[in-house]
Design a protein around this ligand. Structure first.
Ligand code: GLN
Length: 352
């Protein structure tokens, strides 16, 4: 009997430990090691070139900032290099739309299902009467912009972004904006198709500009971590107590990040990493380890789905070792979370 109780207590301790990050020095050493491993992926990726200005990025850059709710911020590598937010901004557009326009109006315009298609796809948009699959792909975000346009200005969005990212140096990258506006025929097609279906009712060119400006905001891995930290804490800044969104909005944003944040790579990423994350073709990743930490990553070399190739590897490694996977079982493989039988099994099964 006593033996069983001891065992129970031991299990409890392991579970409690799970909800705390390790101490800063240990975590820093682990993240550093994960960075070294992740760098090996860089040659397999490519920087985005369909927006010509993005093609100028140095593919070898890699940076991370882990910002725990309790504890010190850990910043490594190119954590302070500026890059454009791109699709990571879709999370902000969704948050503001939910707050300003309300849940019903948002989900009248977009669905909440993964698309299984490329981020800029328009394949399914016209075959049936459907609305965009979700707000985190281009068609869905353009629909959200149509909803936002009569309610908030780009300057309002910029102010909100600076505040929620705790970064007052965020500005519009004019060169990237101009470059994308010249080459955005796919997004323009999507937006006009959405207008023809009655999803976008605002001026299409203005809607497209608003969307592209949000994508062209210059952030750092550190600013994304600060945003992630507020999402991890259900929308409230732990330092000031300021609420940036309702906890319902934070919950919806995190859920959609988990199911749809990595486009047609979302399912595999959820199995491998298990942390709600949103990627952008600028190489950014915004991750939210719920109730624990916000994480920002920057690595501009991308995989086939347009997600940072080294960034994904980095998150996979630290998720395993720091036990950040949402579905982590404290009883599972206590000694070594690193190179487990299970992950070996996953490696060899159906492409995962
Ligand atoms: N601005 C980019 C586009 O609309 C964003 C895409 C992305 O980051 N995946 O194509």
């Amino acid at each position: 009997m006593a033996d069983t109780l001891d065992k129970k207590q031991e299990n409890r301790n392991t579970i409690d430990m799970h909800y705390q990050l390790m101490d800063t020095d240990k975590s820093t050493a682990i993240i550093q090691k994960a960075m070294d491993l992740a760098r090996e992926e860089i040659p397999k990726g490519k920087v985005a070139t369909y927006i010509p200005e993005l093609g100028k990025s140095d593919p070898h850059q890699l940076g991370i900032c882990v910002y725990p709710i309790k504890g010190e911020k850990i910043c490594l590598g190119d954590y302070d290099v500026r890059f454009t937010m791109q699709s990571v901004s879709k999370v902000l557009m969704l948050i503001v739309a939910l707050e300003v326009c309300g849940l019903k109006n948002v989900f009248k315009k977009v669905g909440a299902e993964p698309s299984g298609e490329a981020f800029d796809s328009l394949v399914e948009l016209d075959v049936n009467d459907s609305k965009p699959y979700n707000p985190l792909i281009n068609s869905g975000a353009l629909a959200i912009c149509g909803l936002l346009l009569p309610e908030v200005s780009f300057q309002d969005m910029l102010r909100y972004t600076r505040e929620i990212c705790s970064d007052h140096e965020i500005t519009l990258n004019q060169a990237v904006f101009d470059s994308e506006m010249k080459t955005c025929s796919r997004n323009r097609s999507i937006a006009y198709l959405l207008e023809s279906k009655g999803v976008i009712t605002t001026d299409v060119e203005d809607t497209l500009k608003f969307y592209t400006k949000m994508c062209s905001l210059n952030v750092t891995a550190e600013s994304l971590a600060a945003l992630g930290k507020k999402l991890a804490n259900d929308g409230v800044c732990i330092k000031t107590g300021k609420r940036f969104m309702s906890s319902q909005t934070a919950r919806i944003a995190k859920t959609l990040m988990l199911t749809c944040g990595m486009y047609d790579g979302s399912g595999t990423f959820a199995i491998r990493v298990g942390i709600p994350t949103k990627s952008g073709v600028g190489g950014g990743l915004l991750s939210v380890s719920d109730k624990r930490a916000g994480i920002g990553v920057f690595g501009p070399a991308l995989d086939a789905q347009g997600n940072s190739i080294a960034g994904c590897k980095l998150l996979r490694e630290i998720s395993n070792v720091l036990r950040l996977n949402l579905f982590y079982d404290p009883e599972w493989n206590k000694e070594d979370h690193y190179d487990t039988v299970v992950s070996n099994m996953l490696e060899t099964s159906v492409g995962i």
